[in-house]
Design a protein around this ligand. Sequence first.
Ligand code: GTP
Ligand code: MG
Length: 204
Amino acid sequence: MIVKTSEFVTSAVKPSQYPESLPQLAFCGRSNVGKSSLINCLLNRKKLVKTSSTPGKTRLINFFIINKLFYFVDLPGYGYAKVSKKEREKWRPMIETYFKIEENLLGVTVLLDIRHNPRDEELALLEWFDQYHIPYIVVLTKADKLSKSKQMKQHKHIADILSRPKEGIIVFSAKTRKGKEQVWSTYETFFGLGEIFPEKGVLV
Ligand code: GTP
Ligand code: MG
C-alpha cells in the first residue's frame, strides 16, 4: 500500500457523528495494547494518533481518512480498571452500536499483547464478531518485548487458544515495524481493499 495522505477527520460517540460513508477498517483491543501505535506505523506517521503510556488515552471513536478513499477507525480501548465505572459503562454500547450500524465496515483488526494469553473478555469479543459475521484479523503487538523464540512460542500458544491457524495471526512491533507489510497485504486480500480500489493506483 502506498499511503499518500492520512488525516484525522472527526471523533464520534454516536452514529449521527460518524463521517460520510466510505469503506472502513476498525482497530479494537484493550487499553494500552498499542492500537494507536499500530495505526501510526501503518501510515508512516509519528504522531497522527496520540499514543500514551497512560492507558485509556483514546476515549472516542476516531476516524482517519487514508488516500481520501477509506477510513481507519481507532476505537477506545476496553478493560482498563482505572477508567471510571461510568466511563467503562459507556464503552460497550458505543462500540456495539458502531459495529451494528456501520455498513461500510470491511473488517476489524483485533490487537492482543503478545506477552499475555487472551483474557475471557477478549475471547468473548471474538465470539461476538463471529456471531455477527464481522471479519477480523488478530495482530499480536509489542513483539520487540520478547526474544525471537518466545515470540514463536507465544504465537503458537495464542493461535491454539483462539483455535485459529497461526497464519491468520500476525506478529507485530510498532518499535521495529515487524509485520507492517503483512498487515497491509492482509487488508488487501482478506478484507478486500485490493478489490475495491484496483484501478486507483493506491496499491502496489
Ligand atoms: P488506549 O488509547 O489507551 O486504548 O491505548 P492504545 O491501545 O492506543 O495504545 P498506544 O498505541 O497508545 O500504546 C500504549 C503504550 O505502549 C505506549 O507507551 C506505546 O509507546 C507502547 N507501545 C505500543 N506499541 C508498542 C510496541 O510495538 N513495542 C513497544 N515496545 N511499545 C509499544
Ligand atoms: Mg489509543
